[in-house]
Structures are given as C-alpha cells and as structure tokens.
Design a protein around this ligand. Sequence first.
Ligand code: 4AD
Ligand code: MG
Length: 451
Amino acid sequence: MLKRIQTLLKQKKVDTEMTVKGWIRTRRDTGAFSFLEVNDGSCLANLQIIADKQLTNYDTEIIKLSAGCSVVITGTLQESPAKGQDVELHAESLEVVGWADPESYPLQKKRHSLEFLRSISHLRPRTNALGAVTRVRSRLSFAVQRFFQERDFVQIHTPIITTSDCEGAGEMFQVRASGEKEDKPFFGLQAGLTVSGQLQAEVYAQALGQVYTFGPTFRAENSNTSRHLAEFWMIEPEMAFCDLDCNMELATDLLKFVLQDALDNCEEDLALFNKFIEKGLVSKLQDVVEKDFVHMTYTAAVNELSKVKEIFEYPVEWGIDLQSEHERYLTEKLYKCPVIVTDYPSSIKPFYMRLSDDGKTVAAMDILVPGIGEIVGGSQREERLDVLSRRMTDAGINLEEYDWYLDLRRYGTVPHAGFGLGFERLVQFATGMSNIREVIPFPRTPGFAPC
Ligand code: 4AD
Ligand code: MG
C-alpha cells in the first residue's frame, strides 16, 4: 500500500481517499492531534498519519498507540506542509487491530544492534534494515529467475534428500527415518541433505541443454564465519556444449544482470544500506555492472600472493587451497574489483572437474568479490568416461553407486559446464551486510537454529 502511494505521488494524485493497513512505528502528540508513523512493509518509507482529537476513539485508543500496534486507517492523502515527507494521511477513522505492550515489546525506537536483532529473528523483519534486506533478497531472487527464463534455461527442481555427495567433502547432514535400522536404510542407501544440485542438474543438461536449479543446500561444516551457513540457497546453471569460457561469460552476465536489476528496482533500500551499512555501496555495485572483471589463473594468483606473502596467516605456495585472506587480498587490495581465478590444481578440487592437458590442473573457475571472497564456484565437467572413472576411483568413490552419473558419459556425452552462485553471498554483496546471518530470514549455523 505505501509503495502504491509512492506511485500515486509520482503521478501527482493526492487528495485520494484510501485505507492503509500496517504497524505503528512512532506516535507524537500535539495539543490538537497526534502524528503517527505507520509502515506496512511494502517499502522503507513510513506514512505520516494525522489523527485528529475529534476522532471518536482518540482518548480511549489513539493516545495509547505505541510501536508495534497494528492498525487500519481510512483517510485522505494530502500534500504535507512539513519537511521530511511529501504527503500525509488525514485519518477519518482508525481501528486498532492488535495491541503491542510497550513495556515488553523488544523493538523500541532506538537503533538495535544487528547481533541483538539476531536473537529475536521472529521480530527483526519489522526493522528498517531487515525489512530492506528482505525486499532486496526477494527482488534478487526474481531477477535470477528472469535472467534464466529470458535466456531459455529450464528450471529443474533437484532433490533435497539425496544419496550422492556432489562435493565429496564429507560435509553432509544424514537423513534417517525415526526407528530406521542401521542395515535397512529408509531409502535403501544412506541418504543425506544435498550439498549441491549439480549432479542432478547435469542429468537434465544432457537432455534439455541449458538448465538451472535454485534451491536450498546444506553443509555440516563446523565453520562459524561471517560467510558460512549450514543451510544456504544456491543457483546452479548447467549447460551442455559449453566450455569454461562460456561458463565464465554466463556467470559474469548473471552477476551484472541481477545487480543492475537491484539498482533499478531497490533504490530506496539500497540508499539505506549506502548510508548506514556500507558507505559507497551503490557506486561499488555500479562499477561491478559496468567494468570488466579481472581474469587470472590460479598459478598467476599464487605468484601475485607470493610477492606479499608476509601479510598472510596461511603460507602461500602452489597447491594450497586459497584461503579467504588470499581471495580478499586479490579482489579488495590488488584489483579492487571482481576477479575470476581459473585452472586450480586438481588435488584441491572435486572429482567432476575436467582435467586439463597438463595433468595437474582442472578447468575450474571461482569468482571473488570485494568484502566476501568467493561468491561463485564452477567448472567445466569431466566428460570423458575413462578419465572420470579414474578420478573417481582415486577419490575413493564407489563407482557402482554413481553408475547413473557415469551413464551420462557412456551415452551421448558432451562437453558441459556450470557453476554455483551462493545466493546469500550475493545478497550480502548487494546490501553490504558484513554477516551472512543478516541476509537469510532464519539463519542456521552451528549451535543456532531458533524458529
Ligand atoms: O564452490 P561450491 O562448493 O560449489 C559447488 O557446490 C558446485 N557443485 C557448484 C556447481 O558447480 N554447480 O559452492 C558454490 C557457492 C560458493 O561459491 C559460495 O558462494 C556458496 O556456494 N557457498 C556457501 N554459501 C553460504 N554458506 C556456505 N556454507 C557455503 N558454501 C558454499
Ligand atoms: Mg568453492
């Protein structure tokens, strides 16, 4: 409704009779009337209500309104003589739908820390910051769908319960039926929550060409960092007849497209983050949309990092997995823009990545962005049956359990590639929120899963 008012304003349609349903943010009384700030969640801005003393329930109810009360107000929208807002609603009637006891309501007018708000995840969406994050997240989700649908990608709903471990990193949550016997698993095989929809997306890419998944994934990593969740959402496109270059192009286009969409459609919310959360956020996003990303190989990245190795906690040498501090040095200090690192050592990457002719590296690519580090991880997949079987055996994988995956290489195999974009890391980047727990409605981390 309040968002609609902004549209009305642009069309210069004031003096409109309307009903607003929302929650009180503040009340201020003067002799003859009260000013009420009401928000309905559709946008950041509140609507100022003028509630006249003449209203029948003024003394019994209106004068007792406080933050959090829900109300339905009918009145006329008028140009506001005061600074700070263009219009105000002159109430003709005000119905209190639900009270919120000011003695116990945790959201008082003062600014609360994000840490405190995390402890009340059922109430925090009522704040400006978390409301704005939620709208931006929703818009980004829509933009992701638009991007793929406009390019004729087919969405695949890959399973949440799975018997395959895509990343092979042993970070799966196990799924058991209550009363399940050790030797008689419910699904026949030991099952777990998916860490990635990639392997199943590959199945569909080899039938429908260009596909994508967008769903929740789960990792039982015991890392309490500002960039890791135990449950997070991932966008995973997979393309048949595609190599690493076309994969990088798609990832770059996707990032630019969704960030441009947010800049175009979330102006008011982004301005809030730009002011209070990350100064310079909007120009950072504009730069990412407009400028080229840096491309470099892992070997070149290690060479650059070796030049300044003394500043790192983890020593740098060829063969190490890049740590967050290394990734952030490249993207934040050295290039100050997104960096795509390619051709990682095969020893630190999963079995499905395509082995390069040098026998040492794989056709992998990670995209690193300032403030976050890795936001995208992807690769060209190993399409050769013999090489794949060998890599899987070396990784200690039981080939019989992945016979279906090997069938994709037995019948009509094609070069193909894809990547995973961590949706929360994208929302973090777009909002400037430094902790990933702020950008998902109900974060799940080790020791934490309220609601
Ligand atoms: O690099 P990852 O592990 O890649 C895969 O899962 C591939 N199967 C994707 C593919 O090729 N289809 O994860 C992809 C992205 C990371 O770059 C990161 O943005 C995000 O997922 N991510 C996490 N986000 C939040 N919390 C975690 N614990 C995350 N782990 C990965
Ligand atoms: Mg990765």
